[in-house]
Structure formats: structure tokens, C-alpha cells
Design a protein around this ligand. Structure first.
Ligand code: NAI
Length: 328
């Protein structure tokens, strides 16, 4: 198949070329959007990532250009209009899970960095400052953690937290029987948030979960609690979170995702003036850590993403069952 790959970074090209099962790949560094939809003309499929647009406006353009298949190099699909895809006859296949441990381990890296301030210690010591002033942390052993969402990633994070000796509760409309057997206590959202010192989000972005962390839910947090979001930026009402940081209601914030990340993440903007005042405010807080959607970014996950993407492409090309198809 002829596949147009969008939002290509050097590492995408490296893994896709290495594990290609015989498709003709054309790489574009740009994200797919309405303005550059013409680039898809003459291809059978587009291969896209989290910040490419495949919304209701885009689908007819893709269909007109002859696209029959969208290959998502990710699990989340909030950027794809599945109803419109079906209407114009485009199949959408995703990589449902790729090393959930990668994201869970990154969530723990964020917790440890924010808590023990190793990022500050690293810089201090390099400048000959060996003081411990303002570096105090808290023990994770015995700490109460709330997991919002216990699918693949939430489950992997649960196991890590258990290893640290944390007390874990969770909210998920579909509790996991295996985790209940292991002793995980499910609560409603309000109760899960109430006592926790750390809240970590692992649910998908949908109409139901959009801005689930907002001024009202932030009031339920224990004063000075830590919020970690490695799922999707839209789960959090960013302006409300900034207010909570200013009052100290929120004590720490770790974001691997950001609602307006499309214009920023995966790009080197170090020579530019950042136009997004919200991200600029966020990164000015000493108790905020922002990483640019790198939770998934391990060799193992990149290998799985490429392998499953080509498995999906091969299944479609050979008329085999589409196990990873997204239906509206
Ligand atoms: P999953 O589909 O295995 O699990 C999601 C869980 O959320 C399910 O158990 C579901 O029942 C639960 N859920 C649904 N609605 C909920 C609600 N309103 N409140 C609480 N829980 C709810 O998904 P997985 O693989 O664990 O991924 C979770 C999210 O992580 C993805 O949706 C994606 O947005 C994000 N992600 C981020 C990556 C990164 O690099 N930072 C990489 C991969 C995924």
C-alpha cells in the first residue's frame, strides 16, 4: 500500500523503516490538517499520530483524495471523527496498547521528580550549591494515591505504586476484577479524590471526561495534593488548575499532555517566542513539571507501535479481520 505518514519525527521514520512489511512510505514532518490535506492525494492510507486532525471536516477531503484507511500510531482517538469516517467509507485502525508500562513508568518519574526535586538538585550541585533548602519531599510509602482509570496504563501504574508501598484507591466506571482481587478499593470519583495526596489520570478524553478536573473537583482535593496527567490535556481545565496552584490548593502538577499541545509539543521552539501564555505561566511555577507527551517514548513502545501499525496495514491490504478497528 502507498502510505502517507504525517507528524514524522526522526524516531518515527527510524522505527517505521526498520519494521516495514513492504509498504511504500512517504514521510511528512507536518501534522495533517485541512490546509495540507492535498498531500494525501494518490495514497491508499494515512498514518497519523495524536495531534493530527482527522475530524468531521477532514474526512470527506481524505475520501475524495482516495484514502481508504487511517492508521493511528497511538491508542487515543479523540482527534478522529469515527462517525464521519464510517460515512465516507474510511476504516480507522489503531494501536490499542503499546507498552502501558512505558507511560506508567513516566508517571512515576514525574511523581518522584516533583516530590524529591531531583531536577533542582541536579542543577544546584552543578553550580556548587550543596544546600538542601526547599528540597524536602515526602515518603511515598504509606502515601494515598487515587487512580482515575484503571485500564492498561492505570493497571501498570497500580503495580508500580504497590511496589512503593502506597495506599491506592481508584475510580473507573468499569472496575477491573483482577485488581479488586489484588485488594484495590474502587470508590466514586468524589471519594477517590478526597483523601488522596496524589491523583493520577489514566482515562480517555471523551465528552464525559472533558475538564473532569476543574474548579469544583479541585476543591475536593486534599490541600497541597499532587496531580499527574499523562492521558490527555483536555481532562484538565488548565485555567482552574493555575488558580489552584496560585492558592496552594494544588501543591504539585505533573503534565505530560496539555490541551493546546498541538502547536507546541514534538517541536523545537527554543529559538521562538512562545505565544501560548497559559503554558508559559504553567512552566513558571516551581512546583510544575511539564514534559511534551513523552510518556510512551521507549524503544519497546516504538517497536510495538511500528509492528502493530504494519500488522493493521497488512490485515487491511489482505482482506483479513481488522482486530484493531475503531467503530463509531
Ligand atoms: P484503556 O482503554 O486501557 O483504559 C482506560 C480506562 O479508563 C478504562 O478502564 C475505562 O473504563 C476508564 N474510564 C473511562 N471513562 C472513565 C471515567 N469517566 N473516569 C474514570 N475512568 C474512566 O486506556 P490506556 O491504554 O490505559 O490509556 C489511557 C489513556 O492514556 C489513553 O486514553 C490515552 O489518552 C493516554 N495515553 C497517553 C500516552 C502518553 O504518551 N502520555 C500514551 C498512551 C496513551
Amino acid at each position: 500500500m502507498k502510505i502517507a505518514v504525517f507528524s514524522t519525527c526522526s524516531y518515527d521514520k527510524e522505527y517505521l523503516e526498520l519494521l516495514n512489511t513492504g509498504h511504500e512510505l512517504t514521510f511528512y514532518t507536518e501534522s495533517l490538517n485541512v490546509q495540507n490535506a492535498l498531500l494525501t492525494k494518490g495514497f491508499d492510507a494515512v498514518c497519523i499520530f495524536v495531534n493530527d486532525k482527522a475530524d468531521a471536516e477532514m474526512m470527506p477531503l481524505l475520501a475524495d483524495n482516495g484514502i481508504k484507511l487511517i492508521l493511528l500510531r497511538c491508542a487515543g482517538f479523540n482527534n478522529v471523527d469515527l462517525v464521519m469516517a464510517e460515512e465516507v467509507g474510511i476504516k480507522v485502525l489503531r494501536v490499542p496498547s503499546y507498552s502501558p508500562e512505558a507511560v506508567a513508568e513516566h508517571a512515576m518519574a514525574m511523581v518522584l521528580t516533583l516530590n524529591r526535586k531531583t531536577h533542582k538538585a541536579y542543577n544546584r550541585v552543578r553550580e556548587g550549591n550543596f544546600s538542601l533548602e526547599n528540597l524536602i519531599g515526602f515518603n511515598l510509602h504509606g502515601c494515598k494515591v487515587a487512580l482515575i482509570g484503571t485500564g492498561h496504563i492505570g493497571k501498570a501504574f497500580y503495580k508500580i505504586l504497590k511496589g512503593f508501598g502506597c495506599h491506592i484507591s481508584a475510580f473507573d466506571p468499569f472496575p477491573d476484577a483482577e485488581l479488586i482481587k489484588e485488594g484495590l478499593k474502587y470508590e466514586n470519583l468524589e471519594n477517590a479524590l478526597k483523601d488522596a495526596q496524589i491523583v493520577s489520570l489514566h482515562c480517555p478524553l471523551s465528552e464525559d471526561t472533558l475538564h473532569m478536573i476543574n474548579a469544583n473537583t479541585l476543591k475536593l482535593f486534599k490541600k497541597g495534593a499532587m496531580l499527574i496527567n499523562t492521558s490527555r490535556g483536555g481532562l484538565v481545565a488548565t485555567s482552574d488548575v493555575i488558580e489552584a496552584l496560585k492558592t496552594g490548593q494544588l501543591g504539585y502538577l505533573g503534565l505530560d499532555v496539555y490541551e493546546q499541545e498541538r502547536k507546541l509539543f514534538f517541536k523545537d521552539l527554543s529559538a521562538n517566542i512562545i505565544q501560548d501564555d497559559v503554558i508559559s505561566r504553567l512552566i513558571s511555577f516551581p512546583n510544575v513539571l511539564v514534559t511534551s507527551h513523552q510518556g510512551f517514548f521507549t524503544k519497546e513502545a516504538m517497536t510495538q507501535i511500528a509492528e502493530i501499525t504494519f500488522l493493521n496495514a497488512d490485515s487491511f491490504a489482505n482482506g483479513k479481520p481488522l482486530d484493531n478497528e475503531l467503530l463509531s
